[in-house]
Design a binder for this molecule. Structure first.
Ligand SMILES: *Cc1c(COP(=O)(O)O)cnc(C)c1O
Length: 231
């Protein structure tokens, strides 16, 4: 094995360990949190190296790039998460390829996803992305439009709403991100109360702030740089 692979594996092992420690520290069981290795702009070879070590969940942002990797690595039976911005004209390519789409943020996208899922006869699990920091450059539904969007998604038979996702503002000090994680958790609880349902997932926490995210209830952490190195 070459040294690049050895370093990749040791960074990954360290992250697995840190995720597990963060769970224990916040009184949670490590099985409650799934580590998604965000592999955008990294090679299929790097992904397969980690897959051989036991990493199963991978996150991708760009449709073309993701499809090429999914195709190439199909014998490995990985679980792919779509975490990038999804344009309606790309929906036909992603349906059925991802165990979870984290970035549903409009009624139009919900409608298009549902129609394609229906035509394929599949149930597509989705998360609604919330623009929790109200940042103009970021996607995600505004808090004001969240409940109407939830209502719409619940009415679509071929979409299975699994929870909420957010990409909060970046702060060097991770503690400053914590209030946004708290906010997302409260929004999930509010959705559960209003619509009388259980949402299993909160997708939040990245390289710089996954410890805080886990403390605030994340069930899916999306970590790229800390595992694969800079992009
Ligand atoms: C790139 C990306 C990540 C991973 O970010 P890192 O800081 O490299 O861990 C997580 N979530 C989303 C939505 C991303 O686009």
């Amino acid at each position: 094995m070459n040294s690049t692979n050895t370093e990749l594996i040791s960074r990954w092992k360290k992250v697995v360990q840190e995720v597990s420690e963060a769970c224990v520290k916040s009184g949670r069981r490590p099985e409650e949190v799934t580590l998604i290795a965000v592999s955008k702009k990294h090679t299929a070879q790097a992904i397969s190296t980690l897959a051989r070590e036991g990493q199963v969940d991978f996150g991708e942002n760009y449709v073309q790039e993701a499809l090429a990797k999914i195709e190439e690595l199909s014998p490995l039976q990985l679980r792919w998460h779509f975490i990038g911005r999804l344009q309606t004209n790309k929906v036909k390519y992603v349906l059925g390829k991802f165990v979870l789409i984290h970035t549903l943020d409009s009624e139009k996208l919900a409608q298009v996803l549902h129609r394609k899922a229906e035509s394929l006869g599949v149930m597509q699990p989705v998360l609604i992305q919330v623009n929790i920091g109200q940042e103009a450059q970021k996607s995600g539904v505004s808090e004001d439009n969240l409940f109407p969007l939830v209502e719409r998604v619940l009415a679509l038979d071929n979409l299975k709403l699994q929870g909420l996702m957010a990409l909060p503002p970046f702060f060097e000090q991770a503690e400053r991100v914590r209030p946004y994680f708290v906010r997302l958790r409260k929004l999930k609880e509010e959705v559960e109360r209003r619509f009388e349902l259980r949402l299993p997932h909160l997708s939040m926490g990245m390289t710089n702030d996954f410890v805080q995210a886990i403390a605030e209830g994340a069930t899916l952490v999306r970590i790229g740089t800390r595992i694969f190195g800079p992009r």
